[in-house]
Write a protein that binds this ligand. Structure first.
Ligand code: SF4
Length: 115
């Protein structure tokens, strides 16, 4: 993905235009490591036990760990933001935590981000 494209996606997302942000998205899904995998692994049913959910999460993260488009997948989910499922090898809670950390970093070091 080019830096121009990333900039357009981030600009669109920051302006709240999630439709435009998604339109800018490249077709990274064609290379997804989870193509053909059971979606239930990435989106476990709410009625599953904690043990089964943890097993699904571990399986999904193993698949994501070998995925060539992990970064694109993570960024896509962060922009949404996608409130459910494993994306880019992260749970929703992990994605939120990472996003908060990135925001804090930008506030602490604004000159490195052109602001
Ligand atoms: S990072 Fe995981 S969820 Fe995302 S495309 Fe790759 S395998 Fe699928």
């Amino acid at each position: 993905m080019t830096s121009d494209r990333i900039t357009r996606i981030v600009d669109a997302a920051e302006s709240g235009d999630s439709v435009r942000a998604r339109r800018e998205e490249p077709h990274w899904r064609e290379d997804a490591g989870c193509r053909g995998a059971d979606p239930a692994v990435f989106f476990p049913a709410s009625e599953l036990s904690a043990v089964d959910k943890a097993r699904h999460e571990r399986t999904a993260k193993l698949i994501c760990g070998n995925c060539p488009v992990r970064r694109q997948c993570h960024d896509f989910a962060a922009i949404g933001p996608e409130p459910y499922g494993i994306w880019g090898g992260m749970t929703p809670t992990e994605r939120k935590r990472r996003h908060r950390r990135a925001q804090m970093y930008r506030r602490v070091r604004p000159s490195e981000h052109g602001r």
